[in-house]
Design a protein around this ligand. Structure first.
Ligand SMILES: *Cc1c(COP(=O)(O)O)cnc(C)c1O
Length: 383
C-alpha cells in the first residue's frame, strides 16, 4: 500500500462531482415502454429538468426513441424546449394566474385546463392562434382537475370556445393516485363517467389519457390513446414489488465523486458532525465531495454505502452539506479515485432504488434532487 494515500492515483482531472446520463439506456427504456403500450402513443415526462437528468438532451433522446410528445409541467419549461429547437407536441398543465398563456399559444404548446379561469385566460391571451386544450377532471387524486360538479360547465365552455374557433378541444385527461389497483379502478370508473357526461354535452375528444408509469405498465384499460411515462423511462421502477431491472429497464443516471482526501486514523476516532460515528479499529477514511446539497439524503447516512472500484463502503457519520466520509478499512483508496453514489447496479454500486429504501423515499426523489453542482455529462454511443 502506498505510504502517502494523498498521492493522487493520476486521474486528477476527474471532475469533483458528475451525473453521467446514459442516453442509450434511456432510449432503450423509451422503446421498451412504447412497444409495451402500442398502439397507444408514448408521452415522456421531462418535468423537473427531466427528473434531474437534464431536460434538453433527454427530450431529444425521447423523441429519437419514438415518443410522440413531451410532458413539461409548466409553460416556462415548454418555452425553454422550443428555444432549444424542439418542435414536437409539448404538454403543460400546471398554471397560475401569472402564467404566460400568450407565449404558450404563440409557441404552440398544448395546455392542460383544470378550471374555467384557465380557459378564459387562454381564450383572452391566444392572439391569432388556436391553442389545443386538454380538459382535466379530478378522478380522486385531489390535486388539480375539475371536480365532478365543475366538469359539465368546463366542458360546455370549452365546446363553445372550440366552435367559435378560439381553441381546439383536443383531449380529456386525468391522473391516478397509484394508491392501490382497487383505488385506480375506482378512478378509471370516474374517468369513464366524466367522459359520458362530456358526451352528453356534445364533446367528442380526439384523445384521452390517464396512465403514468404505474398504470401504463400494469393497467392496460387505463392506456387509452396515450400514456404519460416518467420514472420508468429513467430506469426506475414505479412499483414497490419490482426493481427497474425486474421490469427490463436500465437506470439512466450514475452519480459519482472523486475522493478528495484520504487519511489513516486510529481506533475511536470521531467522524463528521456530532461524532455520530467512531471508528472501531485503525482504519482509512476517504472524503467524498457529495453532500445533501448534491442530493445525498442526510437521513440515509446510517444505512447508506457508496462504492469504490466495485466495493461498497459505508458512510461514516453524518452526511454534511458538501461531503461525506467513507470508512474504507484496509482498501487501497487514493485521492482522485472515483466513488459511485448510485448507478445501474451492474458493477457492485448501489442503485437509486436502494438509496430510496435507505432514505425511506422513492427513487424519483433520489434522482430529482441531484443538485446543480453535480455536472451532468451525457453518454451517447450512437454513431
Ligand atoms: C409526473 C407526471 C407523470 C409521470 O409520472 P411517472 O409516475 O413518473 O410516470 C404523468 N402525468 C402527470 C400529470 C405527472 O405529473
Amino acid at each position: 500500500m502506498s505510504a502517502d494515500r494523498n498521492e493522487s492515483r493520476g486521474h486528477g482531472l476527474a471532475p469533483l462531482r458528475t451525473a453521467t446520463v446514459d442516453l442509450d439506456a434511456f432510449r432503450r427504456n423509451v422503446r421498451t415502454l412504447a412497444e409495451l403500450v402500442s398502439p397507444a402513443e408514448t408521452m415522456i415526462a421531462v418535468k423537473a429538468d427531466a427528473y434531474g437528468h437534464g431536460m434538453v438532451p433527454i427530450a431529444r433522446a425521447a423523441l429519437e426513441a419514438g415518443a410522440s410528445s413531451l410532458a413539461v409541467l409548466d409553460i416556462p419549461a415548454a418555452l425553454a424546449l422550443r428555444a432549444a429547437g424542439v418542435t414536437a407536441p409539448l404538454f403543460a398543465w400546471l398554471h397560475g394566474p401569472s402564467s404566460d398563456f400568450a407565449a404558450a399559444a404563440a409557441a404552440d404548446v398544448d395546455l392542460g385546463v383544470s378550471a374555467l379561469w384557465q380557459l378564459e385566460a387562454i381564450v383572452a391571451a391566444r392572439g391569432g392562434s388556436r391553442p389545443r386544450v386538454h380538459l382535466k377532471v379530478d378522478t380522486g387524486l385531489s390535486r388539480n382537475g375539475a371536480t365532478v360538479e365543475q366538469w359539465p360547465g368546463l366542458v360546455r365552455r370549452a365546446l363553445q370556445a372550440h366552435r367559435a374557433g378560439e381553441v381546439v378541444l383536443h383531449a380529456a385527461w386525468s391522473h391516478l393516485a397509484d394508491a392501490s389497483p382497487e383505488d385506480d379502478e375506482v378512478a378509471l370508473g370516474r374517468f369513464h363517467a366524466a367522459l359520458e357526461v362530456a358526451a352528453g354535452e356534445g364533446a367528442d375528444f380526439p384523445l384521452l389519457h390517464l396512465a403514468a408509469s404505474s398504470a401504463g405498465m400494469r393497467m392496460p384499460a387505463a392506456r387509452f390513446g396515450l400514456v404519460r411515462f416518467g420514472i420508468a423511462a429513467y430506469g426506475i421502477s414505479p412499483f414497490d414489488d419490482a426493481t427497474g431491472a425486474d421490469l427490463g429497464l436500465v437506470p439512466v443516471m450514475t452519480v459519482q465523486g472523486a475522493v478528495s482526501s484520504v487519511k489513516r486514523v486510529p481506533a475511536g476516532t470521531g467522524v463528521s458532525y456530532g461524532f455520530a460515528y467512531r471508528t472501531e479499529g485503525e482504519t482509512t477514511l476517504a472524503l467524498v465531495p457529495l453532500g445533501y446539497a448534491d442530493g445525498v439524503p442526510r437521513v440515509a447516512g446510517p444505512s447508506a454505502s457508496m462504492s469504490i472500484h466495485g466495493k461498497r463502503h459505508r458512510i461514516a457519520g453524518r452526511v454534511a452539506m458538501d461531503q461525506v466520509v467513507l470508512d474504507v478499512g484496509e482498501a487501497d483508496v487514493r485521492v482522485g479515485d472515483i466513488v459511485t453514489m448510485f448507478g445501474p447496479g451492474e458493477k457492485g454500486e448501489p442503485t437509486a432504488e436502494e438509496w430510496a429504501a435507505w432514505a425511506k423515499t422513492i427513487g424519483d426523489e433520489i434522482v430529482a434532487r441531484v443538485g446543480p453542482r453535480v455536472q451532468r455529462t451525457y453518454r451517447d454511443d450512437r454513431p
